[in-house]
Design a protein. Structure first.
Length: 181
């Protein structure tokens, strides 16, 4: 297993620790520990892709698992943030529905020997979702009006990018559903 794939798996392994620190009252600094874990996990997403492309270590496993690891990290965070009153559940439902739809596309394509890699729209979407989560976790610790507003603006941008990237995937991969691959 190459380094980018190990980083992807490391990101997945960080998720339970992130959730525990975000939702459980273990220390006075839980939100900041959770934030640190989330940022580290998010940076592994950036690092694994750069390393894979720079050193020609792109694999089908990485093309499949990297976006899945991102989905697990971001969706876990958003579900926790619903409980913490930082994000409306309907926003999370739309985002998770998009993720299931794209995962379905990828599974159908994989059954036909094709791997659908993340698009630029999908990468922008993930980046804004990660920034949104970071701002919302920060807001738990500081509760500043400007931070709340900024988190909400980023949430709306992330939601728009979620819908745009879904449309982009469907248009670019409509042959997956029609069986014309």
């Amino acid at each position: 297993m190459n380094l980018p794939n190990k980083l992807t798996l490391f990101r997945v392994l960080l998720i339970p620790f992130f959730v525990v620190f975000l939702l459980c009252n273990i220390t006075a600094y839980d939100n900041f520990i959770a934030l640190g874990i989330f940022i580290i996990a998010s940076l592994t997403d950036l690092a694994d892709g750069k390393i894979a492309r720079k050193y020609n270590l792109v694999t089908d496993f990485g093309k499949f698992m990297d976006p899945l690891a991102d989905k697990l990290l971001v969706c876990s965070a958003m579900i926790c943030l619903i409980e913490l009153g930082q994000i409306p559940s309907w926003v999370v439902v739309i985002i998770i529905a998009r993720e299931f739809t794209i995962s379905g596309f990828r599974l159908i394509a994989a059954d036909n020997g094709r791997v659908i890699a993340a698009s630029y729209w999908g990468k922008f979407k993930t980046t804004f979702q990660m920034i949104m989560v970071i701002l919302m976790i920060l807001n738990l610790g500081f509760e500043a009006a400007w931070l709340t507003i900024l988190a909400q603006v980023i949430m709306w941008i992330a939601l728009a990018l979620t819908i745009i990237s879904l449309c982009d995937y469907i248009i670019k991969n409509k042959d997956v559903m029609s069986g014309d691959m």
